[in-house]
Design a protein around this ligand. Structure first.
Ligand code: 5GP
Ligand code: MN
Length: 345
């Protein structure tokens, strides 16, 4: 049995909305990751089984390694089909906001979502949710939004309606937001849920391979290049990897090619904090990705130095300036956080 994480009031409230609604839109964050796509499609499969008219809309494209996911072809990309998506958002009875806590995480979709008269529900696991939804299901102690979607469906009384494709999507989100169950993954209930998903016929080993073992040759070579350039700060138990636009061009970089790179330096003995600075190809900025192990709060560092946020062990932000300047800011941050980086545990 699972603990009742989601409040009964939220469950009852959402059940009422479902009774009365026909058109449902699911939205998730910019540069959708496995959990954004997994939770959205998991909920999409479920709501389809309840005969609702459901659409998943995300601000921009998601990585190729998620394309195998059942239902992914039906995801609408806002940057390509803005007019159609705007209509769906304006006409929806309910909008489900998944895997983001701040409205600006959905980029250009923000205005349409805020302006829509639809009832809105937030289902998310990031700290400090903003106040833009009537029903708020926000649980930062749960490691993925996909897990919350599973819990929600079960609490609504529809475990039996979870199909294999639905279970595959939920599993993918749970797996990717925990790095294949290597961080934020000590809760026993995660494994109870996995066991329930296995009962739906998912092949978890195959899902792992489809997500993680689909590198292109150029991605693997790029990884080698980035790691060769890596800078380690032994006194700070930290490491930095960078990627310029020029390097992206010379390795035929396509979106998603550097996904997961930021985790690699954490495999060095003694390194507890990793930073990845990447020149963005669309906007004149440096995308900052941060990861830590243990108690080091990379979300605090992201907020203080890079106008960002996120989770304790996985966060990010943006830097408007050159890569060299971003590196200087990081080094300042390392100095400031040196005592915490050197703390045990
Ligand atoms: P990633 O490094 O995979 O891009 O992001 C990891 C996590 O950091 C995300 O799940 C999100 O919580 C947070 N994050 C990444 N970029 C930003 C950002 O620009 N602003 C904020 N507030 N959070 C971010
Ligand atoms: Mn997530």
């Amino acid at each position: 049995m699972l603990t009742k994480v989601i409040g009964q009031a939220q469950i009852d409230h959402f059940a009422k909305w479902l009774d009365r609604s026909e058109k449902i839109v699911i939205v998730s964050h910019m540069s959708p990751d496995g959990d954004a796509v997994g939770s959205s499609l998991g909920l999409w499969h479920f709501l389809n089984s309840q005969d609702k008219t459901v659409n998943v809309i995300v601000p921009n494209a998601f990585p190729d390694f998620l394309r195998w996911m059942p239902g992914s072809k039906d995801i609408l990309l806002y940057d390509r089909y803005k007019e159609f998506a705007d209509e769906l958002i304006a006409d929806a009875d309910v909008i489900c906001c998944l895997d983001f806590n701040a409205i600006n995480r959905i980029g250009n979709m923000k205005d349409a979502v805020l302006a829509s008269p639809a009832r809105k529900i937030l289902i998310d696991h990031h700290l400090y949710p903003e106040d833009f939804c009537r029903i708020v299901i926000s649980h930062p102690n749960i490691s993925s939004t996909s897990e919350l979607v599973f819990r929600l469906i079960c609490r609504l009384g529809y475990f039996s309606d979870i199909t294999k494709p639905c279970a595959e999507c939920i599993y993918t989100g749970m797996m990717t937001d925990t790095g294949g169950f290597t961080y934020n993954s000590n809760s026993q209930e995660i494994y109870f849920i996995i066991s329930e998903l296995l009962s739906k016929g998912i092949d978890k080993d195959e899902i792992y391979r489809k997500v993680y073992n689909t590198y292109s040759e150029s991605r693997l070579r790029l990884m080698g290049h980035v790691l060769t350039q890596m800078q380690v700060y032994p006194d700070h138990h930290a490491a930095l990897i960078t990627l310029t636009k020029k390097e992206q061009d010379s390795f035929n970089y396509i979106r998603g090619d550097s996904e997961g790179f930021v985790n690699i330096p954490l495999s060095i003995k003694g390194v507890v904090f990793s930073c990845f600075l990447r020149e963005d190809t669309e906007k004149p900025m440096i995308k900052v990705s941060l990861r830590s192990v243990g108690k080091f709060p990379c979300n605090q560092l992201a907020a203080e130095f890079f106008g960002g946020g996120g989770h304790l062990n996985a966060s990010g932000g943006e830097f408007y300036g050159t890569l060299e300047e971003a590196k200087k800011v990081l080094e300042e941050a390392l100095e400031k956080y040196k005592p915490l980086l050197n703390a045990k545990g």
